[in-house]
Design a protein around this ligand. Structure first.
Ligand code: PMP
Length: 432
């Protein structure tokens, strides 16, 4: 039995089945490479789901964490606050778009950032309604799951959802939903379903992550801003997956040239250490009463030290430019592949910066999802030493999330593997 097989048996016996796992058991990782329990090397194009934007174990991040661990590792910010947290709030206030006074709170996970943004929006507006979008993902906590625009598996079997959460369709040109369609339903919702004066916030991912790397058109985000301004609704940008240099800008929302009232961020923020943040209009963030927000581990000192190093590395290594460059390399190659005869299974290549996905279809007329082929490509890529992840509301897209520090040769190597995996999976499907 291999070490991986043994770990899988132990995992199946001891770990909750509902915690989904893939088949690679990690032992070591360095920048864009990861080694499994049997010593097999992989290029990691999942990056811990958009977390290791600065690569695994970036030397500066590791040094910052080591230095912090020599001082203290936990005091609880509510008990004995520390400068690192304050300095990070200052940096995020300055970095987040919007020409207004901002404040920040730190928490630990993406879902927690979303929960707190909704709490702040409700406290500030005195309203309780929240509008989210179909296909969206916002976390696995009670409000997070209610905001998710996909039932299975996120809401299935988990009982009643919090009230006054509504979903409008997210624009998706590939699936025939235009910006006008989406806004039309939203405006109708504000006439027929919920009084806009009961809506505290509209929450939107500038690029849907779990939903399949569907990019919100700039025009759509600008219109949402207008609707929010008209009705006194707050706009929350969920930048948990798309933020922190991933799309070629620090925040994906910046591509649209509008500012959100509240921004949630996590994943890439602390280079592999658990940290999330809500940054937004000072008066909105401050609407939550003292003691009403926070948490024991919120803004952990080690994670905060890591985040400072991550922000330094993004600036020093110009990772926004690297994201654009890597994204262009990937997109060019995938678009060329899609144009080749026999590659009709690639229905669409899409994304923003280094957040690129391709959708697998049975044919380009119906665009029906080919989930079997999607899974086969992921498995073929893994066998050849590349970690990639499926995504999408129909589970038929493959997302590529390379660390932004991936050397060019490894990006090229990964793209060769994707091409070989596609060819192999298509040939196997054709023979079956
Ligand atoms: N929002 C978005 C946009 C996400 O992509 C995710 C995680 N995939 C979350 C929220 C939840 O983050 P976490 O898993 O850290 O709770």
């Amino acid at each position: 039995m291999t070490a991986t097989q043994d770990l899988k048996l132990r995992r199946d016996a001891a770990v909750a089945t509902g915690v989904a796992t893939r088949g690679i058991y990690a032992v070591r990782a360095e920048n864009a490479e990861l080694w499994d329990a049997d010593g097999k090397r992989f290029i990691d194009f999942a990056a811990g789901i958009a977390v290791n934007n600065t690569g695994h174990r970036h030397p500066k991040v590791m040094q910052a964490v080591a230095a912090q661990s020599e001082a203290f590792t936990h005091t609880c910010f509510h008990v004995a606050p520390y400068e690192g947290y304050i300095a990070l709030a200052e940096r995020l206030n300055a970095a987040t778009p919007g020409d207004f006074a901002k404040k920040t709170m730190l928490v630990t996970t993406g879902a927690e950032a979303v929960e707190n943004a909704v709490k702040m929006a409700r406290a500030f507006t005195g309203r309780s309604g929240v509008i989210a979008f179909s296909g969206g993902f916002h976390g696995r906590t009670l409000m997070g799951m209610a905001l998710c625009g996909k039932v299975n598996p996120y809401k299935k079997s988990f009982g009643a959802m919090p009230p006054e959460v509504h979903h409008a369709p997210f624009p998706n040109a590939f699936h025939g939903v235009s910006v006008a369609d989406s806004l039309g339903v939203l405006e109708n919702m504000l006439r027929s379903t919920i009084d806009p004066e009961r809506v505290a916030a509209i929450i939107v991912e500038p690029v849907q992550g779990e939903g399949g790397f569907v990019v919100a058109p700039a025009e759509f985000l600008r219109e949402l801003r207008k609707i929010c301004d008209t009705y006194g609704i707050l706009l929350i940008a969920d930048e948990v997956q798309a933020g922190i240099a991933r799309t070629g800008k620090m925040y994906a929302f910046e591509h649209a040239g509008v500012a959100a009232d509240l921004v949630t961020m996590a994943k890439g923020l602390a280079g592999g250490f658990p940290l999330s943040a809500v940054t937004g209009r000072a008066e909105v963030v401050d609407a939550a009463p003292v003691g009403g927000i926070g948490g024991t581990y919120a803004g952990n000192p080690l994670a905060v030290a890591a985040a400072h190093a991550v922000l330094d590395v993004i600036a020093e290594e110009d990772l926004c430019a690297r994201a654009t460059e890597i994204g262009a390399m990937i997109t060019e190659r995938l678009v060329a592949l899609a144009e080749r005869p026999g590659m009709q299974a690639i229905g669409e290549v899409r994304g923003l910066g280094a957040m690129v996905a391709f959708e697998l279809v049975t044919d380009r007329v119906t665009n029906a999802p080919d989930t079997g082929l999607t899974q086969a490509i992921v498995a073929e890529a893994e066998a050849r030493g590349l970690i990639i992840l499926p995504c999408g509301t129909r589970a038929n897209a493959i997302r590529l999330l390379p660390p932004l520090t991936t050397p060019k040769e490894q990006v090229a190597e990964a793209l060769d593997i994707i091409e070989a995996a596609l060819e192999a999976a298509i040939a196997t499907a054709a023979a079956a």
